[in-house]
Design a protein around this ligand. Structure first.
Ligand SMILES: [Zn+2]
Length: 113
C-alpha cells in the first residue's frame, strides 16, 4: 500500500525535527487526512508503529483528523459536504463545485520533548 512510504516519510520528517531541536523523543504527531487525498488514515495508523521503531518517533501518539470532502455552491457560496451522486447545494439547490477541502495529507504539528 502506498501509505507505507508516506508513513515512513512522516516518521523521517518528525525524527529529523526532533533531532534538530535537541529533543529526546517525539511525543505527538498530528496529521490531517482528507477523504479525497488518496490516503487512508487507518492504514497510516497501521504502518506507524513499525515505521517508528528505532527512531525518536517510537511510542509517539499519532493523531489523525479525517477531513470530509466539501463542495462550494456556485450560487450562494455555502460550503457543504458532498452527498454521493449529487452536487446540489442543500441550502439553495444550486450547483456545487469542488474545493481543496478533503484533499489534505498534511502534518499539522509535531510535538517533541
Ligand atoms: Zn447554495
Amino acid at each position: 500500500m502506498h501509505e507505507y512510504p508516506a508513513t515512513l516519510r512522516i516518521v523521517e520528517v518528525a525524527d529529523a525535527r526532533a533531532r534538530a531541536a535537541g529533543a529526546r523523543r517525539v511525543v505527538r504527531i498530528r496529521l490531517d487526512v482528507g477523504d479525497a487525498s488518496g490516503y487512508v488514515g487507518d492504514s497510516v495508523h497501521l504502518y506507524f508503529d513499525p515505521c517508528a521503531a528505532g527512531t525518536l518517533c517510537e511510542g509517539a501518539e499519532l493523531e489523525i483528523r479525517r477531513i470530509r470532502v466539501k463542495m462550494r455552491c456556485r450560487s450562494c457560496g455555502d460550503l457543504f459536504e458532498r452527498i454521493p451522486l449529487s452536487f446540489d447545494c442543500p441550502a439553495c439547490g444550486g450547483e456545487g463545485e469542488p474545493t481543496r477541502i478533503g484533499r489534505e495529507f498534511d502534518v499539522v504539528s509535531i510535538d517533541v520533548e
